[in-house]
Design a protein around this ligand. Structure first.
Ligand code: 26W
Length: 816
């Protein structure tokens, strides 16, 4: 209980806010107005801690990390802030006493969907753990006016609707115009020869925009530490210049205005597909230049020896998207701080660290030189010099080996390769799961690993149990605290004490009863949002993540079609009722992904309305999958679908959230699944399919022909034929032809069945049969479910952050 809290005071503050904001009282206020008023009252409780934290950190001159990310998928703040303030229950009670349901207020809050998926949510979990562990940190990002699009399912098809999350204002943000920064684009660089024979580089003819920061408090769990997520918005550097307008320089005046308007307008809804658009590069440079300028300015306030910068500051680059920070820090140190190249390089190469989140080639960022040099002439110049010096280093180390330059060059073949810049300059490179890091070392970044082995390390991802257990599953959170105390909330390895209860019948029943109640809660949500009735006694088998071919939602739905065929062929079959639940957004232009969503909804309609199978099978597609409804899904799952083609999923984090909430994983040995199985034991998870090694073998040496399987396996052939014989879509038998072709059509450019769906099909079907058999043994299942929760301690983002701190950031914990 936050010391300054009293129910009466809080309710008074809410009533005052209602009056102040809306001239309303509790009775007459709308739920949205109550949500706003309560949020401002909670903000009031935070402000003191926020100010004192920042002052203490400054006074102590603690080293800090700037976590640079184009995405922060923070989710709703109200409930999470109350949990971390340690007063959720008290506030809920206080509000209940005046007839207000806190849950309803929470549903009024728009999800600040400032991210696509895994990478963005990881950044949010990291801020929660950094602050709860007492480390000084800034999240640096963009205040998109429109976040991840809202997904509407219309006749089974995904429709994208703009996400105007700021329309009612966002109570937890604080505008800081006093910390605004100027960011320059375009123009050209003039060389001015100085007495000492060196040159001064003057940037001219540029357009600039004002970067204005908005700060969002990140509250530590029950520890007076409040860090800041700083998201930058754009404003015209100076209001519309009438004189230049009069001077007929309409274009310049208008352009500056538009520049400001467009930069932070919308998040690129692309996940794992590079968006080579000029605006995307502008967005990257915009928030990075503002953040770097501010970081140097803040450092100088407390320190006058700039060479000590790396001792007090670390820039963690969340994938390649913020990599331009390297050249921008060089620019600021040389052009503003007047340092020589070598000093600037000494600082920069000891300040920047890079995390790789994907091996998908289409996700690796390469910018055309033309675009880069036109938009960022001075920064490009600096990258040219970094590249020249790095290539000289390569030639020195591998004389005459042109292949090395071809693979490691930063500027090559007309492109600026951002990953190469990050690795060549940064002092640290990490993957996000053990298998992924091994694949980076041995395959994707082999040459760099050979040249800089000391830079490479693994940091297996994690998730915050404050949101994904305390907030998402309060029934289970209270039960665990009742059994082992509440230390697990800040030390998740405590959960291992639950192993003591795996032989305790009563405890197992209590555990599964909680799971059943969470399934009922989800069933209520599905009935309200999908109008589909699902039976909480059935097995809830859930796959929620971005729609991507390598994540193989297609394998899941093809298997469901196979199960349906079996039930139709043998109606008396003893089949344990299953409810398959999907949640997934597809990038707007990703055709096959959107077609897969249509297929899932089409199959769902047929199966859900087929009375002859007596509800044995139900299929549900959750519309607009996002952080807030994800919490419901993780708590209600029996089976966690982690079925990506081995070697493709860098880590996954949904897999960890399901494990924490007592679901059993059916999956491939990919990403962090490998470490999940290691922690829980392979008899408490069901693994199938090709290994990463086997997949890489096939990719490097061929030898896989999906047509063979089509011809030899009648079950698979029947299912694939149903894609094109109108069984599911009599009106348009060609609708799913592209999916059929992606699996079999050897003629098309890309290899047929690129993600080995037919190859892993029967192994997957057998694994699913194991799941059914497993589930029928109630005691064994309950034991395994409890063990998954008990063994999930490793997957707290607290553990991940402690590893980053120990090996990369070298931060001291706050002591206040
Ligand atoms: C340029 C467009 C773009 C946008 C986002 C390319 C790539 C991305 C991200 C790297 C994609 C992403 O979210 N990757 C996921 O990162 C998670 C956190 O580390 C991992 O758990 C997932 O395995 C990985 O797919």
């Amino acid at each position: 209980m936050a010391k300054m809290f009293s129910k009466e005071e809080f309710i008074k503050s809410v009533e005052d806010n209602l009056k102040l904001l809306y001239r309303k009282d509790v009775e007459s206020a709308s739920t949205q107005q109550l949500y706003q008023a309560v949020s401002y009252s909670v903000k009031e409780m935070i402000i003191e801690k926020w100010m004192s934290s920042q002052n203490e950190f400054e006074k102590q001159g603690a080293k800090m990390v700037y976590y640079m990310s184009m995405e922060f998928l923070v989710g709703r703040a109200l409930g999470n802030n109350l949990i971390n303030l340690g007063c959720y229950k008290e506030i809920a009670e206080a509000l209940d006493e005046i007839g207000v349901d806190l849950n309803l207020l929470e549903d009024e809050e728009p999800d600040p969907a400032l991210g696509n998926g895994g990478l963005g949510r990881l950044a949010a979990c990291f801020l929660d753990s950094l602050t709860t562990l007492g480390y000084r940190a800034y999240g640096c990002g963009i205040r998109y006016h429109y976040g991840m699009f809202k997904q509407k399912i219309d006749d089974g098809f995904q429709k994208e609707v703009p996400d105007n999350w700021l329309k009612d204002g966002y109570p937890f943000e604080l505008k800081r115009p006093e910390h605004a920064k100027e960011v320059r684009f375009g123009g050209y660089v003039n060389y001015v020869l100085k007495q000492d024979g060196t040159y001064d580089y003057i940037h001219e003819g540029y357009q600039s925009v004002k970067a204005v920061p908005y700060d969002i408090p990140i509250i530590g769990y029950k520890n007076n530490v409040v860090n800041t997520l700083r998201i930058w918005d754009a404003e015209p550097i100076n209001e519309f210049q009438l004189e230049s307008f009069d001077a007929g320089d309409y274009k310049k005046a208008l352009e500056q205005d538009n520049l400001a308007k467009t930069i932070t307008e919308v998040l690129y809804p692309k996940d794992d597909h590079m968006a080579g658009k000029e605006l995307r590069l502008k967005q990257q440079y915009f928030f990075i230049s503002a953040s770097v300028q501010r970081a140097v300015e803040a450092f100088k306030l407390g320190n006058d020896n700039i060479m000590e910068f790396p001792k007090y500051v670390c820039f963690q680059l969340n994938d390649t998207h913020p990599t331009i920070a390297i050249a921008e820090l060089m620019r600021v140190l040389m052009d503003d701080e007047m340092l020589e190249w070598d000093d600037a390089w000494e600082i920069t190469s000891h300040t920047c660290a890079y995390t790789n989140h994907t091996i998908m080639s289409e996700a690796l960022e390469k910018w055309p030189i033309e675009l880069f040099s036109r938009l960022l002439p001075r920064v490009y110049q600096i990258i040219e010099e970094i590249n020249r010096r790095f290539q000289a280093q390569i030639e020195a180390k591998y004389p005459g080996d042109t292949k090395k330059v071809e693979k490691m060059g930063i500027i090559y073949d007309g492109q600026v390769r951002m990953a190469n810049l990050a690795i060549a300059c940064g002092f640290s490179v990490n993957g996000v799961a053990r298998l992924h890091t091994e694949i980076l070392k041995k395959q994707e970044l082999k040459d760099f690993y050979e040249m800089f082995p000391e830079k490479f390390s693994n940091k297996t991802n994690g998730i915050t149990q404050r949101r994904f257990l305390c907030h998402a599953n309060p029934l289970l959170a209270d039960w665990i605290t009742d059994k082992i105390g509440d230390e697990w909330i800040t030390n998740l390895s405590e959960l291992s004490k639950l192993k003591l209860y795996t032989e305790d019948e009563k405890a197992l029943n209590e555990f599964m009863t909680i799971k059943f109640k969470n399934k009922q809660r989800l069933a209520k949500y599905v009935l309200e949002h999908n109008g589909v009735e699902i039976d909480p006694h059935s097995i809830f088998d859930i796959q929620v993540k971005r729609l991507h071919e390598y994540k193989r939602q297609l394998l899941n739905i093809l298997h469901i079609m196979y199960l349906y065929n079996r039930i139709k062929e043998r109606p008396d079959i003893d089949f344990y009722p299953r409810t398959f639940i999907f949640g997934a957004k597809a990038a707007a232009g990703y055709h096959i992904a959107k077609l897969t969503i249509k297929l899932i909804n089409t199959v769902a309609d047929i199966i859900n309305n087929d009375a002859s199978i007596h509800g044995k099978l139900k299929v549900v597609f959750i519309e607009d999958y996002r952080v807030s409804n994800a919490e419901l899904l993780f708590a209600a799952a029996d089976v966690s679908e982690q079925i990506s083609t081995a070697s493709k999923e860098a880590s996954g984090t949904g897999n960890m959230k399901f494990m924490l909430n007592g679901a059993i994983t059916i999956g491939t040995m990919d990403g962090a699944n490998v470490e999940i199985v290691e922690e829980v034991g392979d008899d408490n998870a069901v693994i199938f399919g090709l290994s990463a090694q086997e997949v890489i073998e096939y990719e490097n040496h061929g030898g896989y022909d999906p047509v063979e399987i089509f011809n030899s396996d009648p079950d698979i052939r029947k299912v694939l034929m149903q894609l094109i014989n109108g069984f599911y879509n009599p009106g348009d038998t060609e609708l799913f032809r592209d999916i059929y072709n992606s699996l079999l059509n050897t003629k098309s450019s890309s290899r047929a069945d690129t993600y080995f769906i037919l190859k892993d099909f029967k192994s997957y079907a057998n694994a699913q049969e194991k799941i059914e058999e497993f589930y029928r043994d109630k005691n064994r299942w309950a034991k395994a479910a409890l063990l998954n929760t008990a063994c999930s301690g490793k997957f707290s983002s607290d553990r991940t952050i402690e590893e980053y701190v120990k090996d990369i950031w070298k931060l001291e914990k706050a002591n206040f």
